[in-house]
Design a protein around this ligand. Structure first.
Ligand code: APR
Length: 327
């Protein structure tokens, strides 16, 4: 008998709730929303409430998907995909890195439960600081690296394309481009490889205008935090859903994702099991990260990439100091 995919979303907050909504709307599978009880108001059950509210969109939006809200990890058993959004979001003035001590503990706890209750799942991490949190999920679950990845590039690329499309006055659908590296202010832009349906953007925009779009994409998350007082959730969720769709529909999409690298892009040459998760173009399909697409960067791109990699290594170093078993 054919079965729907089962997708569990850990952390039913802003990103988790929006993920659940879009996953159901696209009929990508049945969705479990898991969160923790509210200590101050034990009578509430937020994930159950969100699941119930979302389920009642079905007849209006015409989707069939079971939505479950729970505090109990037993309910994620048999998940094909687990999305981890548990953790604190940024407040104005904070960088993603400021979240590291609290979110490492949260993601560690979540990953222990994913390992126990959904041992065959493909895991997509969203919690920040992203590249370090994917590393934590990988170490704690012990899953093969192709089944653990982070959502960051899908979002960063979407921001980059949005600002370029506005600048050029063209449809967002006609911009092709990539951003690589860590999910921080030192993400790596690749304007030379960005085009409007194959026409290089350098033929259409001045260097200054391109740089302005790149800088706005880099600071796009911070811009939203300043406006809303908390992290973005619509576009990050859209990025997650793009990745989940590629996996459950085995689409072999090429999506910039935080994927485990050793020799690729000079991340950790010859590391043999001691590599890092960094944003790279990856082929996403039914097995998870099915392939990392490598290309030779020019000297400037590689310089930016090296800086970004070194930042990711510093963050992982902080995690390893907190939990030496993660070295
Ligand atoms: N287990 C499960 N859920 C947890 C846990 C835990 N141990 N700890 C916290 N949570 C839940 C919170 O109760 C909350 O509902 O995670 C949810 C996070 O939701 P929000 O506070 O709305 O944060 P959100 O905007 O969704 O961002 C989540 O993703 O992009 C990153 O920086 C962002 O780290 C943040 C994460």
């Amino acid at each position: 008998m054919l079965k729907r995919a089962k997708i569990s979303v850990i952390g039913a907050g802003n990103i988790g709730g929006e993920c659940a909504r879009s996953l159901a709307m696209k009929e990508l599978g049945d969705v479990v929303l898991l969160d923790i009880p509210n200590k101050d108001k034990p009578e509430l059950h937020m994930p159950k409430g969100k699941a119930l509210d979302l389920a009642c969109c079905g007849p209006i939006e015409n989707f069939d998907a079971n939505l479950t809200g729970t505090f109990d990890y037993k309910d994620i058993a048999g998940s094909d995909v687990v999305v981890i959004t548990a953790g604190l979001p940024r407040k104005p003035g904070m960088s993603r890195d400021d979240l590291i001590s609290v979110n490492t503990g949260i993601v560690k706890h979540v990953a222990q439960n994913v390992k126990e209750y959904a041992p065959n799942a493909i895991v997509i991490v969203v919690s920040n600081p992203l590249d370090a949190m994917v590393y934590v999920a990988w170490k704690v679950t012990g899953f093969p690296a192709h089944r653990v990845m982070g959502q960051a590039g899908a979002l960063d690329v979407a921001r980059y394309k949005t600002f370029l499309a506005w600048e050029l006055g063209v449809s967002v659908e006609d911009i092709q481009g990539l951003l690589l590296g860590g999910h921080g202010d030192d993400m790596v832009p690749l304007p030379k490889r960005t085009s409007v349906n194959g026409i290089p953007i350098s033929d259409l925009l001045s260097e200054d205008r391109i740089n302005a779009c790149v800088e706005r994409a880099k600071g796009g998350g911070g811009e939203v935090v300043k406006l809303m007082g908390t992290s973005a959730w619509y576009a990050p969720s859209a990025g997650v859903v793009e990745m989940v769709e590629a996996i459950v529909r085995d689409k072999k999409r090429v999506i910039a994702s935080a994927a485990y690298c050793e020799d690729e892009y000079g991340v950790a040459p010859g590391a043999k099991g001691k590599g890092y998760f960094v944003g790279v173009p990856a082929v996403l399909g039914g097995k998870g990260i099915e392939k990392i697409i490598s290309f030779k960067m020019d000297a400037t791109e590689q310089k930016y990439m090296n800086e970004s990699i070194s930042h990711v290594k510093d963050l992982v170093g902080v995690v390893q100091k907190m939990f030496p078993e993660m070295a």
